[in-house]
Structures are given as structure tokens and as C-alpha cells.
Write a protein that binds this ligand. Structure first.
Ligand SMILES: *[C@@H]1O[C@H](CO)[C@@H](O)[C@H](O)[C@H]1NC(C)=O
Ligand SMILES: *[C@@H]1O[C@H](CO)[C@@H](O)[C@H](O)[C@H]1NC(C)=O
Ligand SMILES: *[C@@H]1O[C@H](CO)[C@@H](O)[C@H](O)[C@H]1NC(C)=O
Ligand SMILES: *[C@@H]1O[C@H](CO)[C@@H](O)[C@H](O)[C@H]1NC(C)=O
Ligand SMILES: *[C@@H]1O[C@H](CO)[C@@H](O)[C@H](O)[C@H]1NC(C)=O
Length: 634
């Protein structure tokens, strides 16, 4: 892997700042023209649908404290808490309010079930201010990130936490709150760079607040077929512009629960025509059509040439909020006239319900060019071409590693000179329904020679007897991260690895595989006794004893991996013949005729042996450990 960055440095690569699993990096930046808030650590959210419970929180990094202000439409008690699972039990809760005589009350508690939370012996939350008027109660309170009340308070970390809330009709806390309660996920400590103008109602009232920001909206209405997984590709043409522009933010508009339930994720790719051809002649006729299914192997002629749309520029997954870049970087809108983008949408319909119509829109915000061009790097393991992502059943903490470059927990490991640096990003409370693009608090430099490894932890103790495999359905797994970084490395956007060792193939008894359109999975072609089965079926034939589970974990960690960094764009500057489009099988590469490909724009890669490297997990490395934040806590 070390080699990747050496290669990359040939492209006048300075350093990468990252973002993305989506993680992003950032520093506090000067106020952009459109920005309404100069403190990226000030968050504002309405927690309920009726606008009765408003929360503001501000992170004070100097004091390592978070200040919470809540304004709630009640004269009764207000409950606020932090939880890992979103349940009452095990959560850290405060209850406060103002009595009819004007006297404030406020207590630090913990829940042991769905009943009045119990008072903590150690009161670690501080009330700063409390008042009520005829209709509302306001409380301002704060807490250190770490209280060291290890039994009854949850530490506030960079991991996801669930905010739980409730309010009563009067000040008697023992009276139940009935339906006046809820939960929502948050990264309390992350910066937010999303300006208010993202809210359409705000923008409509304050058009001047847009500044130099322009909005390009792409949208579709789609009738989801009664199939568990459908991938649809649509092609879109970027607005033309006369001065250099950068894409600076994305906001997906999924208005109802129907959209939120059936749209699992999407990827936006930039298209580049093959060398010597004009973009409009290649792409224009596919614009404004209904779109078509992607991931089909035997693609009829005349379909969207997805093989020319490989550069990922945006990723959205379930629960994702709007995301904006720091104001010194942007994704270039390169061609002023004819730039095309492919949107690949994953619709999920596990119950095969007919007649579900969804309406979605993606708002792409662009502005006058910023200082640096950003790019996106997809990192992790290959999905699904390699059976390398196979997690045996009944495993508590099975790790999958993707070199270069997200499960239960996700960590992006950063190695330099055989030393593990602080994780670029880590998530120990991963929630499938809350996948955010994250902005890093401090910019990170990736130097030539550095290695990045994604590590996903899987728990399959509830999967009695069946393996979990890599694939495109929501029931399969992927372990990929998307990193927004600068400076953009032209033509490159993928850096992933796979295990192609004979040892591994004989362990699984899977030698060659091919893609199956109807099954949306890899089907085994050899050896003969397993031919025709999908990879998961072969995995299920294995008797997963403790020894075999340990063995495959060792393979996943220590077998050499082949890292690939394919060229994404055929720009005609190559002195060699353009390499043929190929797809990997576990055995090595197989050739697939150009007009016959399409395992997605991401999987169709122009593979150039020059960009393949063997990498191994360093055996003698000292793992990075988080600094001890609290002596009492282990
Ligand atoms: C009471 O406080 C709320 C929240 O600050 C405010 O919106 C409302 O106008 C106030 N009501 C009165 C009568 O001042
Ligand atoms: C939050 O409450 C504190 C008082 O404790 C106040 O200084 C701060 O301005 C409040 N923030 C807002 C937006 O009301
Ligand atoms: C509070 O509510 C509980 C349960 O409804 C009741 O038993 C109790 O008397 C109430 N306390 C006061 C001070 O009203
Ligand atoms: C696992 O499956 C076996 C056989 O189907 C069943 O008897 C057993 O109760 C299952 N165990 C769990 C934990 O679900
Ligand atoms: C796998 O496929 C390749 C060609 O696609 C073939 O050369 C090789 O023999 C196959 N391996 C086995 C074990 O059948």
C-alpha cells in the first residue's frame, strides 16, 4: 500500500485532507459569504415533528464541555438524555423545569427501565439558567465530555450517540410523559458546515443569503419494482457556467417516510467521455430519460455508458444529512458546457410491495471556485467481486480489513513508518440507519508512503448458521469508506484491496466466480462441486468451528492483499494502448468485452498492472490507543 502514495506523488500530489464513511476533514474556516453561523460547533435541531422541542448545543473544546439549551413548549418538566441504543434503559438523563412558584429544579439521573429515572449519587450536569413563560420552558445546562461517573453517565465522544427527550404536562416528574418523547441520533462533537440556506423555507425568504451559492437540483419520481434490491442509474447534465465553479455542498430531499424507508443509498459519479469523443455526443441522449437498471452484466447496446462515469463525487446513505465542504475546498465543475453526472440509486423493497412510488431530489450547491480542488477516494475492500468479505456466523467481533484505504464499528487506521497514527476516523456505535458524511475536526495530512486501512467490525452472534457476505443488497455487507480530500489526484478515485491467495481460495473451496444479474450475487463457477452456488451458499456448507473462525480471521488480517488504484479516465494522454476493461475474479483478471460490461460504474475499472500493489498488514506494529480520558474508567 505504501506504494500507492508513491505512485500518487507522481501526479504532483501534495497532501490529502480528508473527509468522509463517510468522513471529512476540516478546520474552522473564515466565514463564507453565505454562512450564517461562524461557530461550526453550534448545532441547532428541532427534535420533534411538531416543533415543540428545540435543542441547541455548543461544544466548548477548551473546557471539554457541551452546553445544551432546550426550549420546550410546556410548563411541565423537561427530560433530556444520552443513550447508545436509543432505549431508556442504560441512558444518562437529566430532568428539569420551573415550578409554578418560579423555583427551578434539575437533577442528574440514569434509567434502569421505562420508569422514573433514578437519581445519580454524583450530580455531574450543571444547570445555568431556567425560566418559563406562559407557553414554554427554557433550560440551559452543561456537562463535561467525561464525568467519570462510570456507572451512570455516558462519556461524550466522537462516536454516535442517541439523544432521547421527553416532556410532561406539569412539574410532577413521576407522571408519565405518554407520547411526548422521542429519540434522534447525533455526532455531538462534530463540526457542522451546513449553512441555513440549505433550508428551502429560509432560502425562499432570504434569497440574498445565498451569496454566490447556486443550486442545481436533480430529481425523479420512480415506481419501485417488487424486488428486494434495485439499482437505477440516471444521467444528468450540469448547468453551464462562464467562470470556474466548485461544487461545495449536497442536500438530499427525501420528504416522506416512504422515501426514507425505500431509498437506501446513492452515489453520484462524474462522467468523462472516452479520449477523442465529445461529451454531449456520448451522454446527452441519456439525459432526462427515466433511467435504467444498473449492475447488469449483459447490457444491451444503446444503454447509458456507465463505464465512463466512474469518479465518485458524492455518497448519501440512510439517515444522511446535508453536507458542505470547508470553504477553502470544492469539487471542480470542470467542463463549463458539457459536464455529465451519473446518479446510481439503490432502492430497497425487502417485502416486495408493489406500487411504491418515491419522489426524490438532490440539491447540488455550487459557487465560485475555492482555493483547492477536492477529490473523492473510495477505499476499503472490493464488493462483491471477491469473496474476501465473508464473516462466519456466531462471531462477536470479526474484523475485515481493506487496504488503502466501513458493520458494527468502523475505523480508518493510518500507518506511517510502521507506526500507527491516531485513527483518521472511528465509529464504535455504528448505526445502519444513521450514516453521515462526517467533517473531521482537524485536517490530516497523508504523506507519500503512508498506508490507510479500513477496519470494519462485524457481530454475527444472531446469525445462527449462516455466513454474511459482501454484496450490494442491504442484507449483504460492504466495508468501504469515501474520503473527500484535497488536492485532487486527477484520474484516480479508487484505492481498494482484495485477497486473491490460493490459501484462501482452498480454505473456502471457491476458485472462480461470475456475476449473476438475477441473484445480484457472485456465483461460483469452479470447483465443479460448488459450481452454480452463490458464495454465501458455499460459505454455509462450512462447519464454522472455533478453529475455522479463528483461521479465517487470521487470513483476513494477515494474508497479503492486492491493492488497486485503477485509472478512472481515459484521457488519451497515455502513451500505451488504453488497457482493456477488465473485471476481477478471485483467480485473477478476466477479460470482459467492452460492450458487455457493467457491473456498475464503480466495478468497471480500467485496470492497469502498473497500479496494482501487494500489501500486508504490518505484523509488529504497536496499535494506536485512545488517550485515557478518565482514570477511573477502563
Ligand atoms: C415564550 O417563550 C417562547 C420561546 O422562547 C417564545 O417563542 C414565546 O414568544 C414566549 N411567549 C411570550 C408570551 O413571551
Ligand atoms: C444558551 O444559553 C446561554 C445561557 O446559559 C446563553 O448565554 C446562550 O446565548 C444561549 N444560546 C442561545 C442561542 O439562546
Ligand atoms: C405526582 O404524581 C403521582 C402519580 O400520578 C402522584 O401519586 C403524586 O401524588 C403526585 N405528586 C404531587 C406532588 O402532585
Ligand atoms: C440456532 O439454530 C438451531 C437449529 O436451527 C436452533 O435449534 C437454535 O435454537 C438456534 N440458536 C439461536 C441462538 O437462535
Ligand atoms: C478459473 O478461470 C480461469 C479463466 O477464466 C481458468 O484459466 C482457470 O483454470 C479457472 N480455475 C479453475 C480452478 O477452474
Amino acid at each position: 500500500m505504501a506504494d500507492l502514495w508513491r505512485v500518487v506523488s507522481r501526479f504532483k500530489f501534495n497532501f490529502i485532507v480528508l473527509s468522509s464513511v463517510l468522513l471529512f476533514v476540516n478546520v474552522i474556516v473564515p466565514i463564507a459569504a453565505y454562512k450564517v453561523d461562524d461557530n461550526p460547533y453550534r448545532h441547532w435541531e428541532t427534535l420533534d415533528e411538531n416543533g415543540k422541542y428545540e435543542l441547541e448545543w455548543i461544544v466548548d473544546w477548551e473546557e471539554s464541555r457541551v452546553l445544551f439549551n432546550v426550549t420546550v413548549q410546556t410548563r411541565g418538566y423537561v427530560g433530556f438524555g444520552l443513550s447508545i441504543e436509543g432505549k431508556m434503559s442504560g441512558s444518562d438523563i437529566v430532568i428539569g423545569g420551573v415550578r409554578p412558584n418560579g423555583e427551578p429544579y434539575f437533577t442528574d439521573r440514569h434509567a434502569i427501565g421505562n420508569q422514573l429515572p433514578v437519581l445519580d449519587d454524583s450530580q455531574d450536569w450543571t444547570l445555568h439558567q431556567a425560566w418559563e413563560n406562559n407557553t414554554h420552558t427554557f433550560l440551559s445546562f452543561s456537562r463535561p465530555f467525561e464525568t467519570c461517573d462510570e456507572d451512570h453517565d455516558l462519556p461524550i465522544t466522537e462516536d454516535r450517540l442517541t439523544i432521547i427527550w421527553a416532556f410532561g404536562e406539569n412539574d410532577n416528574e413521576t407522571e408519565f410523559h405518554y407520547q411526548n418523547r422521542g429519540a434522534s441520533d447525533a455526532y455531538l462533537l462534530d463540526p457542522v458546515l451546513t449553512p441555513r440556506v440549505v433550508e428551502k423555507s429560509y432560502r425562499d425568504k432570504n434569497p440574498k443569503a445565498l451569496g454566490d451559492l447556486k443550486v442545481w437540483t436533480i430529481s425523479r419520481t420512480y415506481l419501485i419494482p417488487p424486488k428486494p434490491t434495485t439499482y437505477m442509474c440516471t444521467l444528468h447534465r450540469a448547468p453551464s457556467h462562464s467562470t470556474r465553479q466548485h461544487i461545495v455542498g449536497f442536500n438530499s430531499v427525501l420528504e416522506t417516510d416512504v422515501e426514507r424507508k425505500h431509498i437506501h443509498h446513492f452515489l453520484l459519479h462524474r462522467c468523462s467521455p472516452p479520449a477523442g469523443q465529445d461529451a454531449a455526443s456520448v451522454f446527452q441522449r441519456h439525459v432526462e430519460t427515466r433511467g435504467e437498471e444498473c449492475y447488469l452484466l449483459n447490457q444491451p447496446a444503446g444503454r447509458i455508458p456507465t463505464q465512463y462515469c466512474r469518479e465518485v463525487v458524492h455518497v448519501w446513505a440512510v439517515g444522511g444529512k446535508a453536507v458542505f465542504f470547508p470553504d477553502h475546498v470544492g469539487l471542480p465543475l470542470a467542463d463549463p458546457q458539457h459536464e455529465y453526472y451519473l446518479l446510481q440509486m439503490h432502492y430497497d423493497n425487502p417485502d416486495l410491495v408493489p406500487g411504491i412510488e418515491v419522489k426524490w431530489a438532490l440539491e447540488i450547491f455550487y459557487a465560485n471556485a475555492r482555493k483547492f480542488d477536492a477529490g473523492v477516494m473510495t477505499i476499503g475492500g472490493q464488493t462483491p467481486n471477491s469473496p474476501a468479505l465473508m464473516v462466519p456466523p456466531s462471531s462477536l467481533n470479526h474484523f475485515i480489513y481493506g487496504h488503502c484505504g466501513s458493520g458494527r464499528a468502523i475505523r480508518l487506521i493510518h500507518i506511517r513508518d510502521n507506526e500507527e497514527l491516531p485513527w483518521i476516523i472511528a465509529e464504535n456505535n455504528y448505526n445502519f440507519n444513521y450514516q453521515q458524511n462526517r467533517v473531521l475536526r482537524n485536517e490530516i495530512q497523508i504523506l507519500p508512503g503512508d498506508t490507510m486501512i479500513t477496519r470494519c467490525a462485524y457481530e454475527t452472534t444472531d446469525r445462527n448458521g449462516s455466513v454474511t457476505v459482501g454484496g450490494f443488497s442491504t442484507r449483504n455487507e460492504m466495508c468501504n469508506g469515501f474520503l473527500w480530500y484535497y488536492n485532487r489526484i486527477p484520474e484516480h478515485g479508487i484505492c481498494r484491496s482484495s485477497i486473491r491467495s490460493d490459501l484462501y481460495r482452498s480454505f473456502l473451496d471457491i476458485w472462480n466466480t461470475t456475476w449473476s444479474d438475477p441473484r445480484i450475487e457472485m456465483v461460483v463457477t469452479s470447483p465443479r462441486q460448488n459450481a452454480g452456488l452463490v458464495v454465501s451458499e458455499v460459505g454455509n456448507r462450512i462447519d464454522w468451528t472455533i478453529e475455522r473462525r479463528n483461521q479465517i480471521q487470521k487470513y483476513h488480517r494477515f494474508l497479503p492483499q492486492i491493492t488497486e488504484c485503477p485509472r478512472l479516465v481515459d484521457d488519451g494522454t497515455s502513451t500505451q494502448q488504453p488497457p482493456p476493461l477488465r473485471r476481477y475474479s478471485p483467480r485473477g483478471r478476466i477479460r470482459v468485452p467492452t460492450n458487455n460490461i457493467a457491473i456498475s460504474s464503480v466495478e468497471n475499472e480500467i485496470l492497469d498492472p502498473e497500479y496494482e500493489y501487494v500489501s500486508e498488514y504490518p505484523k509488529d506494529i504497536v496499535p494506536y490507543e485512545l488517550p485515557e480520558s478518565c482514570r477511573k474508567r477502563k
